[in-house]
Write a protein that binds this ligand. Structure first.
Ligand code: BV8
Ligand code: ZN
Length: 248
């Protein structure tokens, strides 16, 4: 592992622009369940039953309860060393962008500044009728809630079949197409169009590093694959980078 860390740091010391593309795996060590791992969320419940608008209209109580359950977990957990390492690394680069598929707010809580949230944020909720936003704070409704206009209130997350927020996606694509190094951390890279981000980076000449304990669809395209946990690998990269930076 150490020689792979060295190679990544050699690269980091020479570049100006960095993109870190993250998925549920970066929050796994915080205790937030992933989707497709053996104990993942999709094992018990099927996404089409939950993470899509028609499912929500068909069963607003179930979907509202599921997001309350997930929001409660996200309020109880803390960012882990992976989130903090990414936030720390950002300080050393003029162009450093986190592009996350996660809706758990943990990158922001760890101190990352430049973040594109491609699939929304579980902290935000809005009325499907009048689009009024609601901050539910530490209320975790176990059944559908309604706006004063009578409309259903939904989480501000991107469900299957829904468009990604345009400015977030556009910003992320621009960052990916102009970066020198792109990390793909903790994602199975199977959900599109988000999974185009590391592909665009690679196609535009970036050095692609994957950090994941398992192989993914992206592994064969990556310049370097570090098979390990984000919370263990990323702090090692940042420590080595800061040590070598001092020597210069
Ligand atoms: C859309 C909601 C249509 C929020 C989610 C091509 C182009 C465009 C669309 C498609 C396409 N092909 C197929 C589609 C349709 C679909 C799609 O991609 N389906 C897939 C499943 C086949 N895409 C869509 O529907 C998208 N919308 O296309 O709109 C459209 C187009 C034009 C006009 C109108 C409409 C919307 C997709 C967004 C869906 N929303 N979630 C929420 O509830 O969370 S998806 C869900 O999957 C989450 O957002 C999650 O972030 C995302 C990706 O999963 P991962 O983050 O990768 O998590 P996963 O569990 O899969 O993997 C975890 C990884 O971590 C593993 O590899 C594991 O090994 C690793 N790991 C574990 N522990 C660690 C670790 N790594 C490091 N350290 C550890 N400790
Ligand atoms: Zn309303």
């Amino acid at each position: 592992m150490i020689e792979l860390i060295q190679k990544v740091v050699d690269k980091l010391l020479k570049v100006k622009s960095v993109v870190v593309f993250t998925g549920a795996g970066v929050s796994a060590e915080s205790g937030v369940p992933t989707f497709r791992d053996k104990d993942g969320l999709w094992q018990k419940l099927k996404p089409e039953e939950l993470a899509n608008f028609n499912a929500f209209l068909r069963n607003p109580d179930l979907v509202t309860e599921w997001y309350s359950h997930r929001r409660k977990i996200m309020h109880e957990v803390q960012p882990n060393p992976a989130h903090y390492a990414i936030a720390e690394l950002e300080k050393y680069f003029e162009r450093f962008t986190v592009v996350t598929q996660n809706i758990d707010n943990l990158h922001r809580r760890a101190g990352s500044k430049k973040i594109f949230e491609l699939h929304g944020n579980i902290e935000r909720n809005y009325c499907i009728q009048c689009k009024k936003f609601y901050d539910l704070g530490d209320n975790y409704p176990d059944k559908a809630i309604y706006c004063e206009c009578g409309g259903l209130i939904r989480p501000d997350v991107v469900w299957f079949g829904e468009m990604l927020p345009e400015d977030e996606y556009e910003g992320a694509v621009n960052a990916a197409k102009t970066c020198d190094i792109c990390f793909s951390v903790g994602t199975s890279a199977v959900v599109f169009p988000a999974a185009y981000i590391p592909i665009y980076a690679k196609q535009n000449g970036a050095f692609l590093v994957e950090i994941n304990p398992n192989q993914t669809d992206l592994s064969k395209m990556a310049d370097l694959v570090i098979q390990g946990k984000a919370g263990e690998v990323l702090p090692k990269i940042v420590d080595e980078f800061k040590k070598r930076k001092k020597e210069i």
